[in-house]
Design a protein around this ligand. Structure first.
Ligand code: ATP
Ligand code: MG
Length: 415
């Protein structure tokens, strides 16, 4: 037998309803905020992620699924959703649309990681991207999309952690201070951090190695190095969130693992799923669009891990939709009524009622057993009497109550 690749998951038919429910709430929430869906390819030229995500990130360094295609191009399965959207924004001239442009996506994401709870090699993300506004209201709006989604799902718990890592001006000063602080300890840090020290020291703060974490715990904070504009932006953001009634925590250790962030960064962190508690991460990336070849465009967005979100909902025993079973099962008493039953379900489907009948040649008893296991809301037995009289009894399975009606009226009765 050939097994599923490590770090990937099947969604079997009886579990798919959870995804449908979640995706449905996601799409409704995005629409309420005026975000429209954007779909980009599952793979892109590798170069896009090198430039967009950044060569000093874990994603690009260690986690990409990259291969050479038959035309000798280097191709990468998308390791995040944002770079592809930025490319599509430029390529489809979305900058010419009325601003801001508000987009969302639902996409599989591929990362070569060490699989563990909440960490897969293929996972799925809901993400939003708001382009064209540099205002802290845009930051707040994006955070509110996530917050509103959690509210709708009955989740009060993921805590919004916010921080600002400043603009390139602030970053210059901060990097110098951070390097000075780390200089004495850098030889005790992991190989990736030693490399980041010269290329992108801020990334060191995002390292998950316990030894590195201990060293960076008392490192200087980006918030201490913000320029006046970045400070004012961050303060205004906090005031907007407070007056919108959104609880948050200023957390200087949130720096995000991607190169493209500028200014605001944030994570929603849950304590319901153990170590991989970040269910949503995002921030502002005003330099991304120009980095991948477009006009400078302020942008803010987030990516949310849907497997982690489902884990949280399951661990907290929250509602995750209803199993999807057709409404009614029509059981022919014998082979003689099979065609009639088959045509009745055909009529019901035309009227928008989900219906099934026996296609296994089962005895009536076996059909009843099957119908019970599948959980139809209604069952109707169709024998010679029913065909002759044109009338049938519909049994409501929840309480056994039977209603008789004309076979041609089943759809109306069910409504
Ligand atoms: P982490 O710090 O856990 O590695 P990240 O910073 O790499 O997360 P992002 O790139 O911000 O994560 O991705 C957005 C969200 O996607 C995360 O907050 C998380 O919920 C989810 N996610 C990221 N990587 C994985 C993965 N390998 N498996 C499942 N979900 C993931
Ligand atoms: Mg990661």
């Amino acid at each position: 037998m050939i097994n599923i690749p490590k770090g990937t998951k099947d969604v079997v038919p009886d579990a798919a309803y959870k995804w449908h429910y979640l995706e449905d709430v996601v799409r409704k929430t995005a629409a309420e905020f005026g975000f429209k869906e954007i779909r980009t390819p599952t793979f892109e030229h590798t170069e896009l992620f090198l430039r967009g995500v950044g060569e000093t990130t874990d994603i690009v360094n260690k986690e990409m699924y990259t291969f050479t295609d038959k035309g000798d191009r280097s191709i990468t399965l998308k390791p995040e959703g944002t770079a592809g959207v930025a490319r599509a924004y430029i390529e489809n001239c979305l900058g010419d649309m009325p601003q801001p442009v508000k987009m969302y996506y639902l996409t599989p994401v591929f990362r070569y990681e060490r699989p563990q709870a909440g960490r897969l090699r293929e996972h799925h993300q809901f993400g939003v991207e708001l382009y064209g506004s540099a205002s802290p209201y845009a930051d707040a709006e994006v955070m509110l999309v996530a917050k509103t989604l959690f509210d709708k799902l009955g989740l009060t718990e993921p805590v919004l952690n916010i921080n600002s890592i400043g603009c390139p001006e602030c970053r210059k000063k901060y990097n110098a201070a951070l390097k000075e602080y780390l200089a004495g300890n850098i030889d005790k840090m992991c190989a990736s951090c030693r490399e980041r020290f010269d290329k992108n020291p801020l990334r060191i703060l995002d390292c998950k190695e316990p030894g590195c974490k201990a060293i960076t715990a008392s490192a200087p904070k980006t918030l201490e190095y913000l320029c006046d504009d970045c400070r004012a932006h961050f303060e205004k953001l906090q005031s907007i969130l407070s007056s919108a009634g959104v609880e948050f925590r200023v957390n200087p250790s949130v720096v995000r693992g991607l190169d493209y962030y500028t200014g605001t960064v944030f994570e929603f962190i849950s304590s319901a799923i153990g170590a991989q508690g970040t269910v949503c991460g995002g921030g502002r990336y005003n330099n991304l669009v120009s980095e991948v070849g477009g006009k400078p465009t302020p942008a803010v967005g987030f990516g949310m891990g849907l497997e982690r979100l489902i884990m949280i909902l399951e661990n907290l025993n929250l509602y995750l939709g209803e199993p999807e079973t057709p409404t009614i099962y029509i059981a022919p008493t014998s082979e003689a009524e099979a065609e009639a039953a088959f045509s009745v379900v055909g009529e019901l489907r035309k009227k928008g009622v989900s219906a099934e009948c026996d296609i296994m040649g089962r005895s009536l008893k076996a059909q009843m057993k099957y119908a019970g296991k599948r959980g139809y809301a209604f069952v109707a037995v169709m024998g010679a009497d029913e065909i002759n009289s044109g009338k049938i009894k519909i049994k409501r399975m929840s309480d056994g109550v039977e209603t008789e009606c004309a076979i041609s009226d089943i759809a109306e009765v069910l409504r």
